[in-house]
Design a protein around this ligand. Structure first.
Ligand SMILES: Cc1cc2nc3c(=O)[nH]c(=O)nc-3n(C[C@H](O)[C@H](O)[C@H](O)COP(=O)(O)OP(=O)(O)OC[C@H]3O[C@@H](n4cnc5c(N)ncnc54)[C@H](O)[C@@H]3O)c2cc1C
Length: 142
């Protein structure tokens, strides 16, 4: 078994590069003086089905990108175990289940009315833009 002896020093260690871990690591990294290590047990998101809308059906039970957990026997389901998918890849479960995210918080009419009144962008839209990067930046709607 290969062993790694590299020494890495960090101010923060974030475990798990799913939605939560990536958001936390990204925010912490905004301060360039802060050293952040993000650890992910899965690999890179190279599986092509991750990048194809509705490819989720192919990654759902693929142990190379999914932990494929089972619940404990559930008395409410005649003691059956229930399949419990969790992403095991950069991006976590979101990488395997969500193809795109769009912030649709208002109809076009409401948005126009808000814009005319000089209202600020709703906070949710700002958050989604920050998380989504190029997906939303390319769209004038967001
Ligand atoms: C079928 C399905 C569809 C969904 N669709 C949507 C949707 O359309 N929109 C939406 O907003 N939400 C959706 N969700 C919910 C959403 O996917 C989850 O709420 C979200 O992905 C959870 O993110 P997380 O960061 O908490 O956990 P995870 O995404 O599970 O990330 C945890 C990460 O930590 C890693 N990890 C675990 N243990 C270790 C360890 N010891 N060391 C290092 N790394 C480790 C894992 O490999 C994983 O990458 C869906 C969920 C499911 C099941």
């Amino acid at each position: 078994m290969a062993t790694r002896t590299d020494r890495v020093e960090a101010d923060f260690v974030v475990v798990g590069a799913g939605s939560a871990g990536c958001a936390v690591a990204a925010r912490l990294s905004e301060d360039t003086a802060t050293r952040v290590v993000l650890l992910e047990a899965g690999g890179e998101d190279k599986n092509r089905w991750i990048h194809i809308p509705l490819g989720f059906g192919k990654t759902f039970a693929d142990p190379s990108v999914n932990w494929c957990y089972q619940t404990e026997p559930d008395p409410g389901a005649a003691d059956r175990r229930v399949f419990w998918p969790r992403g095991k890849v950069m991006g976590g479960l979101s990488a395997t289940t969500i193809s795109t995210a769009r912030a649709r918080t208002a109809s076009a009419t409401t948005r126009r009315r808000r814009a005319t009144a000089g209202a600020a962008r709703p906070p949710l839209v700002i958050c989604v833009r920050r998380c989504s990067g190029p997906i939303c930046e390319s769209s004038p709607k967001h």
